[in-house]
Design a protein around this ligand. Sequence first.
Ligand SMILES: [Zn+2]
Length: 304
Amino acid sequence: MTISEGLSPTPPAQKAEPVIRSIRVFQSGSGEQHKEHRFGSRLPRSVWALTSRSWVPLPLQYFLIEHCDGLVLFDTGLDPAIALDPRYIESPVGRFLLPRIFRLHIDEADGLDRVLAAGGIQAADIRLAVFSHLHFDHVGGIAHIPQAELVVSARECAQLDAPHPEYDWILRDHVQIPGARWCPFEFASTDDPLLAPFGEAHDLLGDGSMVLLPTPGHTPGSISMLIRRDGWAPILLAGDLTYQVDLLEQDVVPGTGDAKELRASFARVRQLKALLPDLEIVASHDAGAAAALARAQGFAHLAA
Ligand SMILES: [Zn+2]
């Protein structure tokens, strides 16, 4: 051995490639909802829905996680057909109520396949889609991903067997479409102290990178997804648990859903945030979602 060989520094250990490479947000056009819907109201839903004159912006977002084993969607957005096909909502009551509860600004270019393609992603390459819940504005892209497994909580899936799921904006005809590969899952108990507030969890791919957690309240089977990667702040994709994150932090429930269950889920998420102070909570209809994702992934940039 020469001296120079003997003194050569040990090569740095190869950094293992992270299993999560990126998280991106996409939009299904845009919308508006009533102020009472977003921020809550003392009035019952049936009253504010028909009497409110105040509209506030409602971003319509879904998320793409690039995992080393394939592309994963969290929700699939709104189908443009809702604005283009007068028969999209079968129930006359639903057709009457929709424009009184939502203003939707969407056209063909906002379909999942075209939005993903504009971002350099082919819908045919999506491996899995995880659903926060089954409302129409979250399941509107499934016709474009027939190859994908569609992951939903068993409790949410049971809503489809209720007499009238459409009364709660779960449109069976647009969920149980021919060829859709629905894969309901049951939560399992967990002894991970980090997840103690929830008591149960579902590790999506078994590597701890994407853990599904029960966060009922908006619907009975609503879930959130905790995403963890070394070098990033942890991220909680919270679906519609809240319409904007500051409202969850202030314990302000929206004007829809089960207020008691929402408050219990809010408290669990705040406990998780206490355990993970860097946690970025990302809500599907929050205009701050993109900034929260950028902040979380910015930790990786700083660490690189
Ligand atoms: Zn929604």
